[in-house]
Design a protein around this ligand. Structure first.
Ligand code: SAH
Length: 362
């Protein structure tokens, strides 16, 4: 590893910040040795804050009906081969009850932008869950909405919101989305969610079409500035019925490298080892955790709808029961020295920021 790479990793671990050019340099010039050093630093800083705990979130895919037409996504509006479904509030509550019994204390409701899920019906659903399981966190991942809507959902009890920014570069955003979607609106949503008081997650795909190292550097700068509570990154994986079907998937190697960098940029961030990462490599999620991730999101959706919530092809865990999924992950995490815990797993904001430094004396 060259001198400059080595020194930049030291600065990142110590200051949690680099210039755009330096972020780009770290990505362009990456090598196995640098990846190893970054992962060690990321792991050690994470252990200081979270120990060897891995938090679980029960993912419930509430609908694959979507008014948007994102070029990368398998449930985009114009995919005629996608069999559409929408869970009923009763079905969702059953998934939550089952998850609760298994020890889940965070539920993530994710779906396409489906007009059915207006504020009234969502608020009612959130209210019922909070009433029954007051010790649980409710996370929403339902796309772009108005400020009023986000406010109502927050008042109804929603704690967290996941909305990947997808790319922090305006031009790149335009190439991944149709004309009627905008980078400005995506960013407006993220800043408003944070302002309202949600714990907010942003994120992006690694290896999406047209992505460059310079764009990734912009993503990292955005994360440094926005300071999200959560950050979801996973490899882009092509879906056969989308305009991006011919593009190659992102790599485990670059995803893990970026996970380590993000951990060092914002040490307390909750960072999932995503299902997409587990899809492109049989040990992808383990590798993500070892690179600095500390969250996994097993699927609690009813087995028959999982195949239909197909953002990309070959998604893993399509046929297993919720309980099996959790047991399997517990086993996998134990093998690499981490432990799945059943707390809500809110972000830890240690009072003394200095506890984050001290690793940088390379
Ligand atoms: N409608 C919600 C949820 C989107 S699905 C929203 O807009 O936030 C969740 C995430 O899956 C997306 O944000 C995107 O980053 C990711 N995703 C979509 N298609 C993908 C693909 N082909 N490969 C990998 N990830 C994909």
């Amino acid at each position: 590893m060259n001198e400059k790479l080595f020194s930049l990793i030291g600065i990142l671990a110590k200051n949690h910040s680099l210039s755009l050019d330096e972020y780009e340099y770290l990505i362009v010039n990456r090598c196995d040795e640098a990846a190893k050093l970054l992962a060690e630093q990321a792991d050690s800083i994470r252990k200081k804050i979270y120990g060897n705990a891995v938090y679980i979130r029960g993912l419930i895919e509430i609908s694959n009906i979507c008014k948007n037409d994102c070029l990368y996504c398998g449930i985009r509006r114009s995919n005629r081969h996608c069999g559409r479904y929408r869970l009923s509030p009763e079905q969702i509550l059953n998934c939550v009850d089952e998850g609760y019994t298994l020890g889940f204390r965070t539920f993530v409701f994710q779906g396409g932008e489906d007009f059915f899920w207006g504020d009234d019906i969502l608020c009612k659903l959130i209210g019922r869950i909070k009433e029954k399981h007051g010790d649980c966190a409710v996370t929403l991942s339902l796309g772009e909405r108005s400020r009023e809507s986000y406010e109502r959902l927050y008042r109804a009890g929603a704690d967290r919101y996941l909305l990947r920014h997808e790319t922090a570069d305006r031009e790149h955003y335009r190439r991944l989305h149709p004309e009627d979607m905008s980078f400005e609106n995506r960013m407006r949503c993220l800043w408003e969610l944070q302002d309202i008081g949600y714990q907010v997650g942003c994120g992006f795909m690694v290896g999406s079409p047209f992505q460059s190292c310079a764009f990734l550097a912009e993503d990292l700068k955005f994360i440094e500035t926005f300071r999200p509570d959560m950050c979801g990154i996973g490899p882009f994986i092509p879906h056969r019925d989308t305009p991006f079907k011919g593009y190659s998937p992102g790599t485990v190697e670059l995803t893990c490298y970026l996970l380590s960098m993000i951990r060092l940029i914002h040490p307390p961030v909750l960072l999932p080892a995503t299902t997409a990462l587990g899809t492109i490599h049989p040990r992808g999620r383990e590798m993500g955790i070892m690179a600095g991730a500390n969250v996994v999101m097993p699927n609690l959706s009813p087995a028959d709808v999982r195949k239909k919530y197909e953002l990309y092809n070959n998604k893993i865990c399509m046929n297993e029961e919720a309980a099996e999924g959790k047991a399997m992950l517990e086993q996998r995490m134990r093998t690499i020295g981490y432990e799945i815990v059943t707390e809500r797993g809110d972000i830890k904001q240690p009072a003394a920021a200095q506890c984050f430094s001290g690793h940088a004396d390379l």
